[in-house]
Design a protein around this ligand. Structure first.
Ligand code: BTX
Length: 330
């Protein structure tokens, strides 16, 4: 039943015009009455279907509810999301992509969930992922890069999200190195990059993106409300999550293709355009020490460049950045 329905939607999808009930019944190997029943089910689920005598059926619009079909519909990408899986609820989309990677799924495989009950942040932190309120998505990448360059992909992903928000709203997104997306100094998105590598080759990367979209203020957990926000809270209106996911996938593909053909330089410039506190004094904490520094920008390999008060410049691969009273950080 499920698979016939999926095939039916795919057939309707492929066809630009109308497709007759007879044609559908032949291709699916089911009776015309069965086709008609499926159509009624689809309508009940919110699909708008036009039925024209002697011409047949055509999908006019998809329901708002996110599904593999609605996400694939109109997704005109070359490689991104060719394999796309959607779940109502998962522990973490990261784990699913790890499994798919091990099964040999291709570059650009995407897993999206409406809700994560064990969403993961970096360093075993938790990522709040309430149902239907945000974008909880992981992408499988199989880049032809040495492992040292993998952090560039985190920066690339952050740039994609910042660009998407800037181009589609009046909001002013900023990227806090390396991977937090802030609006009005509050975190609306985080990126988690996990890599499986062998000496000098990357086997695969699972790039997870979490973006708070339609949470109202009271839907953000109280204990992080001072530092976390959503597009809705900051912009004052709901976003269409499905369209936004498709937009991210398209923009990611385009940006990644530029990265592959031209290297990191273009991405670096875009990242720095959105870079948070670039040129300002902040506090940096590494495993060893905490010091005041001015953020200069990022290096061609994605490391952070900062200048100490004594003028000495440093290149950092892993550090926490704080600012403001009490070393506040998102
Ligand atoms: P992070 O370690 O930089 O951020 C986690 C920290 O941010 C938490 O300790 C908490 O203080 C705060 N936080 C938790 N949830 C949220 C939220 N929804 N919005 C803002 N701040 C929050 C960032 O880690 C990387 C997050 C990646 C999430 C994606 S979602 C799809 C994929 N699947 C999965 O399990 N993780 C990734």
């Amino acid at each position: 039943m499920e698979s016939t329905r999926k095939e039916l939607i795919e057939l309707l999808n492929k066809n630009k015009g109308h497709i007759s009930g007879q044609e559908l019944s032949n291709q699916l190997g089911i009776s015309r009455t069965a086709v008609w029943k499926h159509m009624n089910e689809l309508k009940k689920d919110g699909y708008e279907i036009e039925a024209v005598q002697r011409k047949g059926y055509k999908i006019l619009s998809y329901p708002d509810k996110i599904s593999e079909n609605t996400l694939r519909w109109g997704l005109d990408t070359k490689w991104m999301g060719n394999e796309l899986y959607h779940y109502d609820q998962v522990e973490s989309t990261q784990e699913i992509v790890h499994q798919l990677a091990k099964q040999g799924k291709p570059h650009g495989t995407v897993v999206i969930a409406d809700e994560q009950v064990k969403g993961k942040g970096r360093m075993a932190r938790n990522w709040d992922s309430p149902k239907g309120k945000g974008i909880w998505m992981s992408i499988l990448l199989r880049p032809n890069l040495p492992p040292l360059q993998a952090p560039q992909l985190t920066l690339l992903a952050a740039t994609v999200l910042a660009k998407l928000i800037a181009e589609n709203s009046d909001l002013n997104p900023q990227i806090k190195w390396p991977n937090d997306l802030l609006i009005n100094h509050k975190k609306v998105s985080g990126i988690l990059t996990e890599m499986q590598a062998e000496q000098d080759t990357i086997q695969y990367i699972v790039l997870g993106m979490g973006m708070n979209v339609n949470q109202g203020e009271d839907e953000i957990p109280e204990k992080i409300r001072y530092k976390a926000s959503s597009l809705k809270v900051e912009g004052g209106h709901d976003w269409n999550i499905q369209a936004t996911i498709q937009h991210i996938l398209r923009l990611f593909e385009r940006t990644y293709d530029v990265f592959e053909s031209q290297g990191f330089e273009t991405i670096k410039k875009e990242w720095e355009h959105f870079g948070y506190k670039i040129g300002e004094e902040i506090t940096i904490s590494t495993m060893k020490e905490t010091w005041k520094a001015t953020l200069i920008g990022i290096e061609p390999d994605g490391a952070l460049r900062a200048r100490r008060r004594n003028g000495r410049e440093e290149k950092l691969y892993s550090a926490e950045i704080h600012w403001g009273e009490g070393g506040y950080h998102a």
